[in-house]
Write a protein that binds this ligand. Structure first.
Ligand SMILES: C[S@@+](CC[C@H](N)C(=O)[O-])C[C@H]1O[C@@H](n2cnc3c(N)ncnc32)[C@H](O)[C@@H]1O
Length: 226
């Protein structure tokens, strides 16, 4: 069976042992040891929360088109960033990471992919990378920090236009290790400012105590004009 395009730039490969998620790239070199078949890079939901979200969401994915611009917070060495860059092949991924060690690998990836801009910065200080960015269509965040919701709100207020979206990978144990995960989730959701919730999805069994939170930038009159 030929690969099935389930959303722009996102594919299901029907292999003998089951269906596999993939993106497409002309680069024949694997980024993190993933298998590549005829230009289709397999995308492991245990390695990438975004892959888990796409599989669990039954393909109702993010508002990504080939020319979308994405602000990616918590890029690490580029595992998920590389797949996002495949999807937005004519767009841009601004990849923010504050670990110099991870950034070294990320920069190597950027030498091979022309649509990723590596930014060594703290996502909690979005003003610091303002000179490098234009407004984006999607803020994707995966930073496992205590103040995850606050970081997301600050970045959305600065970089999302009306109707732009947030995809927040919320790890409840990074916020509070002792409180029940559901309670942490609810209290973090209340901290999202100017954002209208679209959907919340638990990422088990791929990622324990993680939720994907999708929201749309929809500020009240007092928050407009950022
Ligand atoms: C769970 S890993 C991200 C994995 C990556 N999103 C992926 O799927 O390939 C979290 C990353 O966020 C980075 N990080 C944490 N807090 C940050 C901050 N305030 N600013 C920038 N990066 C941060 C960490 O250094 C780490 O590399």
């Amino acid at each position: 069976m030929p690969p099935e395009e389930i959303a722009p730039g996102i594919y299901i490969l029907h292999e003998r042992d089951g269906a596999r998620l993939a993106t497409r790239s002309s680069d024949p070199v694997p980024v993190y040891g993933e298998r590549i078949h005829n230009g289709y890079r397999l995308w492991d939901p245990y390695r990438s929360k975004l892959a888990a979200l796409i599989l669990k969401g039954k393909w109702q994915t993010l508002p990504l088109k080939s020319n979308s611009r994405v602000l990616y917070l918590g890029a690490s060495t580029g595992t998920t960033v590389s797949h996002v860059a495949d999807i937005v092949s004519e767009g841009l991924v601004y990849a923010v990471e504050f670990s110099a060690r991870s950034m070294r690998d990320l920069v190597r990836l950027c030498e091979r992919r022309k649509n990723i801009i590596p930014i060594l910065a703290d996502a909690a200080k979005p003003e610091e990378y303002a000179p490098l960015l234009e407004p984006v269509d999607l803020v994707y965040q995966d930073v496992a920090q205590k103040n995850q919701a606050q970081i997301a709100s600050l970045n959305c207020a600065r970089y999302l236009g009306q109707g732009g979206e947030l995809c927040l990978m919320l790890k409840s144990r990074s916020v509070d290790t002792t409180a029940p995960p559901q309670a942490v989730l609810q209290s973090e959701l209340k901290k999202l400012e100017g954002l209208e919730l679209i959907k919340i999805m638990n990422l088990e069994p791929f990622h324990l105590d993680h939720w994907a939170v999708r929201a749309r930038w929809n500020p009240g009159p007092s928050e407009e004009g950022h």
